[in-house]
Write a protein that binds this ligand. Structure first.
Ligand code: SAH
Length: 241
């Protein structure tokens, strides 16, 4: 079967013969920007029903309909890994979200720490970034983006069955290979450009569910640290191994 070149995330259910109405923005993109005509194929996913190839049935300026033809990929979900990160400058935060989706996470949790220098994060905007990244990388799942939560509150309400892999800059030194970590739900925690305060570090060090880790001999920028920690975890416990 001819393969669709465009992948689109939709909210609508997908299934054999299912008609999928387009939003105005989607119609504009498919017909105005990409110039698709009736009969063209588009790949659709909604995070629940896998990926479907769908044919353009009706193309209009402000809307249109697609009809699902066949499932082209099953629904898959990433490992149960969350990324907790302190928002940094907008472009760098966008980078963290995009790369986390590509590398595979189940949920994104922005956290406010003492030295977090950006308190403006829009979960709805970041969710759109996550959707775009999923469209581009072939994922059938889009992680949720939680609202910004202060670190003490996050830790106070933490379900201890989910372990935290804490990127602790004070351990910067010989790279640590992650082996012997127990399987199960995890979250990676990355700090802001200013790092963690002494009080935050003490609180994290005392928590039985927290495993501190070094990310090598150099101090990485927050977005590099997020990427490096995701790669390490995915290689040790995730769906890369
Ligand atoms: N200003 C701080 C560095 C912050 S780097 C300082 O000079 O110490 C931003 C975040 O990236 C850190 O909070 C930590 O979570 C992570 N990070 C960066 N380099 C790291 C390393 N070598 N080991 C572990 N974590 C690191």
């Amino acid at each position: 079967m001819e393969r669709a070149k465009i992948r689109l995330h939709v909210e609508h259910p997908l299934g054999q013969g299912q008609a999928v109405p387009l939003t105005e923005a989607q119609a504009h993109y498919l017909f105005g920007v990409m110039r698709l005509a009736p009969g063209a194929l588009v790949a659709l996913f909604n995070g629940r029903d896998g990926e479907w190839s769908a044919k353009v049935e009706r193309a209009a300026k402000r809307g249109g309909d697609l009809i699902c033809q066949a499932q082209t990929a099953p629904q898959t979900t990433p490992p149960d890994l969350w990324l907790i990160f302190a928002p940094v400058k907008k472009a760098r935060t966008d980078f963290i979200v995009e790369k986390a989706v590509e590398l595979g996470v189940a949920r994104l949790v922005p956290v406010q720490t003492e030295f977090t220098n950006s308190d403006r994060i829009r979960p709805d905007k970041q969710r759109l970034h996550a959707v775009e990244a999923a469209e581009q990388c072939g994922a059938t799942f889009v992680p949720d983006v939680a609202g910004l939560v202060p670190l003490p509150k996050l830790l106070a309400g933490w379900d201890e069955s989910r372990r935290i892999l804490w990127a602790d800059e004070s351990l910067a030194g010989p790279a640590q290979v992650l082996s012997g970590l127990p399987p199960g739900p995890w979250a990676i925690l990355i700090g802001p450009e200013g790092g963690f305060s002494a009080a935050e570090a003490a609180r994290l060090r005392a928590a039985p569910f927290v495993t501190p880790v070094s990310l090598g001999p150099r101090i990485l920028r927050a977005e590099t640290a997020a990427l490096a920690a995701l790669v390490l975890w995915q290689t040790a416990l995730g769906d890369w191994s």
